[in-house]
Write a protein that binds this ligand. Structure first.
Ligand code: HPA
Length: 268
């Protein structure tokens, strides 16, 4: 663990108390209201040395630590994407800090475009696997043998089962799907979407994959849920824009929050 992560974690424990965190949640575009549901203390990323800038609109760059459904959570209100800094490891320090705070699980959320007619705008998808279509990796430059992280079952089967049970209990449809990571920030072309659909992707987005790789590297169990904010490029007449993503994310976000709450109740 880096010295910086230990220092930042100590600073956070001074502010919020030393009770260990159980689950870290990373919030995607337009999903920030989940942080407001937590009964806890918020710290702006700007006050956490080395934390990324996370300057994309629709994100709220603060860390909230407290209780949600009786579980101690650390909610990362903003993520830093590769396309902001050119660094695929932009979320390494926050995830190291999460581990240092005692968490064993990271759940990432994101907004994504769908390639499947049965997953329209407003639906949610549980990631069962991913395709890293960016050619990037957050562990490039990591000098130790720990960099050779196995990625089979990267999306923890037991957590996925619990998430699916929570969705079922809440009467919410949440299919499994494969998420493809494009670097962004431009959206994909229709030809790129046709290509990844042929290769087995169900949804596409600009985040999450580096965080899941980093989580597995750090020994955190990982899971992720997408909120579908649009059909991917070329698959419908609807426009695709960041404004659209922010406006549409809240539709699926209500479902996502119910699933997360149901999951946390099984941990409490
Ligand atoms: N592509 C990439 N990222 C996204 C999309 C998309 O269609 N929708 C929301 N985030």
């Amino acid at each position: 663990m880096s010295k910086n992560a230990e220092t930042v974690a100590a600073q956070i424990k001074d502010a919020v108390g030393a009770d260990p965190v159980s689950v870290g949640l990373i919030l995607g575009s337009g999903l920030g209201h989940i942080a407001e549901a937590v009964d806890g203390i918020a710290i702006a990323y700007d006050n956490l040395p080395g934390f990324p800038h996370a300057g994309v609109s629709g994100h709220n760059p603060k860390l909230v630590i407290g209780d949600l459904e009786g579980v101690r959570v650390a909610v990362f209100g903003g993520r830093s994407h590769y396309y902001e800094s050119g660094r695929a490891d932009a979320m390494r320090l926050p995830l190291e800090v999460l581990k240092e705070l005692g968490a064993d699980t990271m759940i990432a959320t994101n907004a994504a475009g769908s390639m499947r007619p049965d997953m329209p705008t407003g639906s949610i998808m549980c990631l069962s696997d991913h395709i890293n279509f960016s050619g990037l990796n957050p562990l490039i430059g990591e000098p130790t043998d720990a960099r050779f992280v196995p990625m089979k079952d990267a999306y923890d089967p037991e957590i996925r089962d619990a998430l699916h049970q929570a969705a079922k209990d809440a009467d919410i449809d949440m299919p499994n799907g494969v998420y493809a990571w494009y670097s962004g920030p431009s959206f994909e072309t229709p030809a790129e979407i046709r290509a990844i659909a042929m290769l087995g992707a169900d949804a596409v987005g600009m985040s999450t994959v580096p965080e899941v790789i980093l989580a597995r590297f750090l020994g955190l169990k990982a899971a992720a849920i997408s909120t579908i904010t649009n059909m991917a490029a070329g698959l419908s007449d609807e426009s695709i824009s960041h404004e659209h993503t922010k406006a549409r994310a809240p539709i699926g976000a209500a479902k996502l929050e119910k699933v997360l709450r149901g999951f946390l109740r099984t941990k409490s």
